[in-house]
Each structure stands twice: as structure tokens, then as C-alpha cells.
Ligand binder design. Structure first.
Ligand code: DHE
Length: 494
């Protein structure tokens, strides 16, 4: 009796759910909005919307509120907020705002910043390194980018990026400019000849990725929030216009991914909420009216065949893949792929007389290898756990793949491209997550990311597998070799 009276008293004293939410909104106003924006759309700090936080575990969000983020302006609030307030604030951030956020063409236009005028900058590289053997390295742990000389393996520049760059940065056809997309929708253009940022614009609130047209004139951005495509002028990133991706009920579909198919002079787009693939030609004087190709499922991602005629597309719901012929618009094959193939990171290479395509899998420890002529799965190569990325080079006998998830995530497998067997398993830094790989332009060396706060970029001789150099870094993520990327070289993804 006494106990239940105390509980009642306690319940009366504790703030109700509604009161907690209101308190949390006030706490946000008081402590967060100066950096993260009145509407949670971001400011000097990142956006704090459910979409932006989707990849961050609640425990990590709580820790960030309590302790802050090292090497950033995010201070810790453990001396200011008690445990209940911190929890309430985290709950609040994972809830959609009362008024759904919007980001109009006017907002996009107003966010545009021209930071340098390329017309006044020298047209030749000002750094003395081979411009086609530079690496663009994303240092995810502290939101920086490093430009690395691919012959000397020395940094030429290091600069802060927008919060959480994701996906491969894309290059102008001559390799002079690189374009980045951040998860918060910021698109940036950087001049690799002059090592300077040229322009930036916020194309959305939550972005998937960007593509640059094969003629270098256009940048197309695929967004989750608001769903749709945003077309930019590649010269200065100014807004050309938004391209709606409507559903039957008028709501916008999210965009899963957009890539350029230079051999078709088009952008190809996978939609997340409509069972269609869109092709937008940029040949001549383009109108950017999409050709809408029916798909048998909602598509998460895809890879092209080397001639850019076929898409190998994946849908998580279907637990498999499908082959779409971009010429006829027909889905010509379903491919039974177990787990969650990560087709966007897949690569192809020549094996004997035929071409094969291999994809990592983010939910199963295996690599699926397909014959690109018959579309048959010719091998499932067991690995020590699910992985994210694959890379090779025409001059390398191996395809490298990580084991990103699970207890063996310090391992990388080197798959013999002819026998399709694991030839070597390396543990570059035992106990630390080994991840993404990229080759030099000639394929002689490769750079491997050790994805850890005390991580490193490790440079290997791609034949002897000897370590050449180790550059300490904070969670180096993807690395991109300019030459390999602009040539759409065999062994690299998109
Ligand atoms: Fe990625 C590329 C989707 C989570 C790091 N990732 C891509 C691309 C897509 C994609 C569509 C190709 C874009 C391009 O290159 O233009 N990624 C997804 C997801 O759907 C997934 C599983 C969940 C999500 O939250 O989006 C996901 N990705 C991650 C991560 O958690 C990684 C490891 C860390 C991070 O940065 O978020 C990550 N993704 C990368 C990297 C690439 C990438 C480094 C570029 C690979 C390349 O070699 O080109």
C-alpha cells in the first residue's frame, strides 16, 4: 500500500510524455538550434532529422549529446543536461518535426555559393604531381578530404568537407574537377589543378548521390528528402531546375541512386518508391524529360555492364537481382542472389574469353560472381563475413574485398580473378576494420582504408603485397583515383 502510494506520488511528480516532448523542444531551442538550425535542417552543424540520423544508433546519438564530437564544434552537454533531459532530447531528434520540412528551388538557389571563379584560375595543374594519378581520399572520421599525390603518396591538400560525404565523388571528364555530395544535401565542386573549392549548393535535405554527365555539362543529384532529382550546371553548380519523381498520389518518390552512362549519353536513375528506372538523355540540347522504363520491383541500386546497355539492379525486397535492357526497356532476367547484394559496389573483369561481374553482399559472407553473357551465377565465394566494397585493376590478378561486418572485419580477401578462389587473406591492422581499396592508375600499388579512429591508409605493392607506406588517418573511407575514375576503368565501380 505504501509502495503504490509512493509510485503514484512519483508518477505525479514525473513529467508526462507530452511535457517531456515540450521540454525537449525547449532544450533543442536553447542548446542546439544555433548550430543545427531552428527547423533542424542544419546550419554550421548537420541536419538533425530522422532521415539524417537513420544510420546513427541511438546510443551513439546519446553519447554525442553527452560528450560532443572530437575534432568538431560539437560540445558535450553532460554538465548541462541530466540523464532524462538527454534521453528526451534524443527522442525528440528521432521524431519527424511537427511541420514536414521543405526545400524548394528558392531554398536551393539561395544556398548557392561561388567560392572561386575558375575563369581566373590557371588551367594547368599548380602542384607538380601527375593530375591523372591523384587520389581523392574521404577522411570520414573528421569530415575532411585529402588530395594525395599517387606517385609519392604525399598529401597535397587537406580541407574540411560538409558533414558526412557519401558515395563516390564524381569527376569532370578531364579530371580537373571533383564533385562531392554530403548526406545533408550539400554538393561541392573542387578544382584539383588549383587545389581550391570553387562552388557549393545545398540541393536537398537528404541526398543519395550525384552523377556528372559524360560531357561534363551537368550534375544530377538524387534525393531522399525531399524526394526527387535536382539538375545543376556543372560549371558553377547553379540550379538549372528540379525534376519531380511523382508517385500516383502526388507524393514524390525517393531516388535510390543516379549514375551516368557515358556510352549512352544519359543519366540512369533508380527510384525507391516507384517501380521504374528513368533514363534522361543529355545529348545535344537536352529537355531532361525522363524515359520511364518499368521495373519488376522497387530498385535500391544497380551496376552497368561495361557497354552500359544492361543494368544489374537489386531490390532488397525481392532478395535478388534483375537484368534490365536499356535498349528495349525489358527486364530480361531475374537473378537469384542471396542476402543483400551491394550491386553498386560490384565490379567486372575479363576472365578468359568472357566478362564476369562480382558483387559484395552486405548481409551474407559471400561474393556472387555472374557471367555477363549468360547471366548465370557461376560462383558464390565464401568470405569471413558480409562486406561492402570490391576493387580491382586490369593489371592486378586479384579482386580485393572487405569483410566489413562481424568479428572478422579486420580481414580483406584477395580473390584470384581467374580461379575465383580466395588466394590470400590479409589482416592489415589486426582487430581494426579493413575496408575500401583503390588502385593507382597503372595498378602497381593500391591504397587500403583501415576504418578506425586510429586508422590508416595503407599502401601496398599490388603484386608482391608488401606494405609500402602507412599514413595515419581517422576513419578513411573511400578513395578515388582520378585516372581510373574518368576512364571508367575495369575493376572500379561506377
Ligand atoms: Fe554507401 C557508395 C548506398 C551505407 C560508404 N553507397 C554508395 C552508393 C550507394 C550507396 C547507392 C553509390 C553512390 C555513388 O558512388 O555514386 N550506402 C548505401 C546504402 O544504401 C547504405 C547501405 C545505407 C545508407 O545509409 O545509405 C550505405 N555507405 C554506407 C555506409 O555505412 C558507409 C560504409 C559509410 C558512410 O559513408 O556512410 C558507406 N558508400 C560508401 C562509400 C561509397 C558508397 C565509401 C563509395 C564506394 C566507391 O568505391 O565508389
Amino acid at each position: 500500500m505504501r509502495l503504490s502510494t509512493s509510485l503514484l506520488l512519483l508518477a505525479a511528480w514525473l513529467p508526462s510524455g507530452a511535457a517531456l516532448a515540450q521540454n525537449a523542444a525547449q532544450l533543442y531551442q536553447q542548446h542546439c538550434e544555433t548550430c543545427h538550425g531552428a527547423d533542424r535542417l542544419g546550419g554550421t552543424g548537420p541536419a538533425l532529422l530522422p532521415e539524417s540520423l537513420a544510420r546513427i544508433k541511438r546510443t551513439e546519438a546519446l553519447q554525442t549529446i553527452r560528450q560532443g564530437r572530437p575534432a568538431s564544434q560539437m560540445a558535450g552537454f553532460d554538465q548541462v543536461l541530466d540523464a532524462a533531459q538527454t534521453e528526451a532530447l534524443a527522442d525528440y531528434l528521432y521524431q519527424p518535426p511537427a511541420t514536414p520540412p521543405t526545400w524548394s528551388d528558392a531554398d536551393i538557389g539561395a544556398s548557392h555559393r561561388q567560392l572561386a571563379n575558375p575563369g581566373t584560375l590557371p588551367d594547368t595543374p599548380q602542384h607538380g604531381a601527375d593530375p591523372l594519378n591523384l587520389f581523392v581520399v574521404v577522411e570520414a572520421g573528421n569530415h575532411h578530404v585529402v588530395i594525395l599525390d599517387g606517385d609519392q603518396f604525399e598529401p597535397l591538400a587537406r580541407f574540411p568537407s560538409h558533414f558526412a560525404l557519401h558515395g563516390g565523388p564524381k569527376f569532370s571528364p578531364d579530371g580537373r574537377y571533383v564533385y562531392f555530395a554530403s548526406r545533408d544535401g550539400w554538393i561541392s565542386k573542387y578544382d584539383l589543378h588549383n587545389l581550391t573549392m570553387v562552388a557549393e549548393i545545398r540541393a536537398g535535405l537528404n541526398t543519395r548521390n550525384l552523377a556528372v554527365s559524360g560531357d561534363g555539362r551537368w550534375v544530377l543529384v538524387g534525393n531522399y528528402l525531399p524526394g526527387g532529382l535536382v539538375l545543376l550546371d556543372a560549371r558553377d553548380l547553379s540550379l538549372v531546375g528540379s525534376i519531380a519523381t511523382p508517385l500516383a498520389d502526388g507524393m514524390p518518390s525517393r531516388v535510390s541512386a543516379v549514375y551516368t552512362a557515358p556510352r549512352r549519353q544519359s543519366f540512369v536513375v533508380a527510384l525507391k518508391d516507384v517501380q521504374e528506372v528513368w533514363e534522361l538523355s543529355y545529348a545535344g540540347q537536352p529537355d531532361f524529360i525522363p524515359r520511364r522504363i518499368p521495373a519488376r520491383d522497387f530498385l535500391d541500386d544497380f551496376s552497368f555492364t561495361p557497354d552500359h546497355r544492361y543494368l544489374l539492379a537489386t531490390s532488397r525486397k525481392a532478395h535478388g537481382g534483375q537484368v534490365i535492357d536499356l535498349d528495349s526497356g525489358a527486364t530480361i532476367r531475374d537473378i537469384a542472389l542471396p542476402g543483400m547484394p551491394h550491386l553498386g559496389s560490384g565490379i567486372y573483369w575479363q576472365r578468359g574469353d568472357s566478362w564476369v561481374f562480382a558483387t559484395p553482399n552486405i548481409s551474407k559472407g559471400l561474393i556472387s560472381v555472374l557471367d555477363l553473357h549468360t547471366w548465370n551465377v557461376i560462383k558464390e565465394i565464401p568470405t569471413e563475413g558480409p562486406g561492402f566494397f570490391m576493387r580491382s585493376h586490369r593489371n592486378s590478378p586479384y579482386a580485393w574485398t572487405d569483410v566489413f561486418f562481424g568479428p572478422d572485419n579486420d580481414a580483406v580477401h584477395l580473390i584470384d580473378k581467374q580461379t575465383l578462389a580466395v588466394a590470400h587473406t590479409l589482416r592489415p591492422m589486426p582487430g581494426k576494420n579493413a575496408a575500401h581499396v583503390e588502385f593507382t592508375r597503372d595498378g602497381r600499388y593500391l591504397l587500403l582504408s583501415v576504418w578506425d579512429t586510429d586508422g590508416a591508409l595503407i599502401i601496398y605493392d599490388s603484386h608482391s603485397l608488401q606494405e609500402i607506406k602507412r599514413i595515419p588517418m581517422n576513419k578513411p573511407s573511400g578513395k578515388y583515383n582520378v585516372g581510373n575514375k574518368i576512364e571508367y576503368a575495369e575493376g572500379t565501380s561506377h
